[in-house]
Design a binder for this molecule. Structure first.
Ligand SMILES: Cc1ncc(C[n+]2csc(CCOP(=O)(O)OP(=O)(O)O)c2C)c(N)n1
Ligand SMILES: [Mg+2]
Length: 283
């Protein structure tokens, strides 16, 4: 990948991370951990991969994004606002009464949101249905399904995956945010998923891997996934919960913290660094 393109993607990540943290800092709390672990992915998707038209969010030829781990909605909103779907001013209204940006995505409220999610597991079935519709209509579009590793404790996910695999529905690209943590601890301690890559393979998927902290790694996995035609396809994306916010990485309370004074100071520092990075063009 050219240095220019990589710089643009890093800049995109910095902007999404900054806008997401601003929203949460303003509220004093938020689902920080899981939002941070999809920032780089969203930057790559919205800057390089997806077909979309912010002036026409329901454009028939668009690619679809299903953020099944709906608690990461604020990161999606940041990406949508930065890519022109609505005014960045809306971001200040996150989760307020009457807002168009509820804490979890609602496709009837927010331009650019393709699926209502938040009840974990359900987005996998929505994506499978969208994929099958594209297949039946012989469309070339893709559905990008973003699913949490803790979310995979929901049996519904495996039903949807079996359906994808059986129909070789490569129209759906499953991306697992493998940050190794769920709501209140490590996956291995709460309900061990064992080897997710082997499990997806056993289900009949072609499994690709990506370093979810590196935009070039994510982009090449997405490009390779887009070439698969003979089976269902999944990207096992290795991430860290709260990546990009060192204070919260590896903290047990990094799922949806309420910020105390120390946390606020730490967040302010990260946001200042991001502002500088953006001012310097992504370096
Ligand atoms: C059906 C359902 N059960 C429980 C919850 C509460 N909940 C919200 S997030 C979460 C943990 C999700 O973990 P993971 O999918 O790994 O998300 P991430 O680590 O990316 O934040 C839980 C249990 C929910 N939203 N939906
Ligand atoms: Mg997780």
């Amino acid at each position: 990948m050219s240095e220019n393109k990589l710089q643009k993607l890093r800049l995109g990540s910095a902007a999404i991370r900054l806008e997401t943290l601003k929203m949460m800092r303003e509220k004093g709390y938020g689902h920080l951990g899981g939002a941070m672990s999809v920032v780089e992915l969203l930057s790559v998707l919205y800057n390089e991969v997806l077909r979309y038209n912010p002036q026409k969010p329901d454009w028939d030829e668009r690619d679809y994004v299903v953020l099944s781990k709906g608690h990461s909605g604020p990161a999606l909103y940041a990406a949508l606002a930065l890519h022109g779907f609505f005014d960045c001013g809306w971001l200040k209204t996150l989760n307020d009464g009457g807002t168009k940006l509820p804490s979890h995505p609602d496709r009837l409220k927010t331009p650019g949101v393709d699926a209502t999610t938040g009840s974990l597991g359900q987005g996998t079935s929505v994506a499978a249905g969208l994929g099958m519709a594209l297949r039946l209509e012989k469309k070339e579009q893709k559905v990008y399904l973003i699913v949490g590793d803790g979310e995979l404790n929901e049996g519904q996910c495996w039903e949807a995956f079996q359906f994808l695999a059986h129909h070789r529905l490569h129209e759906v690209i499953v991306i697992i945010d493998h940050n190794k943590r769920q709501l209140d601890g490590k996956l291995t301690e709460i309900l061990n998923p064992f080897d997710l890559g082997k499990k997806m393979e056993a289900f009949g998927f072609r499994v690709l891997s990506a370093d979810g902290q590196k935009e070039d790694s994510i982009l090449s996995a997405l490009q390779n996934a887009g070439e698969v035609r003979d089976s269902a396809v999944c990207i096992l994306m290795e991430t860290k919960k709260a990546q990009g916010v060192p204070y919260y990485v590896d903290r047990d309370d990094n799922h949806a913290p309420k910020f105390d004074e120390t946390a606020k100071r730490e967040l302010d520092q990260v946001m200042e660094q991001l502002r500088l990075q953006i001012e310097n063009g992504g370096n």
